[in-house]
Design a protein around this ligand. Structure first.
Ligand SMILES: [Zn+2]
Length: 303
């Protein structure tokens, strides 16, 4: 069996792991051993240390249940900290960092834990909230995120960055303009021009991206190669939906950030326009619509 805390295999005749975990009791039994184990991890491997602290906390909570404030039962982060000789603040910060590492493994490249914690705080400051969720404060941060996470975003599975790697995938045309991200399809003869708008995209964005797509088609793509466009923004408006209606080569995608993870969702024009239309209905009209939908549902269930 593998230790759920330090991931080493269980040794023969040794029911307590080097990290203090008891394979029989399924929790930490030797806290001194746990402390020593953590102390032996080199400073440069801080990410391993916070990960183990997090594993310990999860194992203890699994065994004892979450602490209830009013009852004297269960386990808490504070308890983990107390047993490991860490202050409430320190253990909370460490565990936050461990959680953030799951989504941002590149944090491991940072040599120093203090700097990693600062970077994490910084990335939280890079977000502001509007009525539709979390949005980056600067377009640069959206760009940086997409570039850093490109290989892990399923949306881009088929696409490889072709623009300058030292410049977040940007592509400079020799006619002043700069494309945010230029990518090429991994199998098919296709190019992708990505245009980023941190907050809201509008029909002006279509003009801009069409210009870039035209430039690539004329100057970079081979004869049989297609050029597609992708607009990524946080919000969209009615103008852009109609402007795209006859532009099937440009796709529209919105982003939202939840718990430090960016989510991309492609907007289907037809349903967006329908939704927009629904918003204009009066309450009576909406009620009427609900009734007809119910009937429709009943009918389809009876089929
Ligand atoms: Zn272990």
């Amino acid at each position: 069996m593998r230790c759920p805390i330090c991931y080493t295999d269980e040794q023969n005749n040794n029911s307590i792991c080097d990290c203090g975990y008891s394979f029989n009791e399924k929790e930490i039994q030797d806290w001194d051993r746990a402390k020593n184990f953590l102390a032996l991890i080199p400073k440069s491997e801080w990410f391993r240390k916070v990960e183990i602290e997090n594993n310990i906390n999860n194992v203890q909570i699994k065994k004892h249940g979450q602490r209830h404030t009013n009852l004297n039962i269960g386990w808490s982060i504070r308890e983990t900290g107390r047993r490991l000789g860490l202050s409430d603040g320190k253990i909370a910060e460490d565990l936050q960092l461990a959680e953030a590492l799951k989504n941002n493994p590149e944090l491991k490249k940072i040599k120093d834990i203090t700097k990693a914690k600062n970077d994490l705080r910084e990335s939280k400051r890079n977000l502001k909230t509007n009525d539709k969720g979390s949005v980056f404060t600067e377009e640069y941060q959206l760009h940086r995120y997409l570039f850093d996470h490109w290989d892990r975003l399923s949306f881009f599975d088929e696409w490889e960055i072709n623009g300058a790697k030292y410049n977040m995938g940007k592509f400079k045309t020799n006619e002043v303009w700069e494309i945010d991200i230029l990518a090429k399809h991994k199998q098919e003869p296709k190019w992708l021009v990505v245009e980023l708008k941190n907050e809201q995209s509008s029909d002006v964005t279509i003009g801009q991206i069409s210009r870039y797509m035209g430039w690539i088609k004329r100057n970079k793509a081979k004869k049989d190669e297609e050029v597609e466009g992708l607009i990524i923004s946080h919000d969209i408006n009615l103008e852009i939906l109609y402007a795209l209606y006859c532009n099937s080569k440009i796709r529209l995608c919105t982003y939202n950030v939840e718990d430090d993870v960016l989510k991309l969702s492609e907007r289907k024009l037809e349903s967006e326009l329908l939704l927009n239309h629904l918003k204009k209905l009066s309450i009576d009209e909406l009620d009427e619509l609900k009734e007809s939908l119910k009937k429709l549902e009943v009918n389809s269930n009876n089929l």
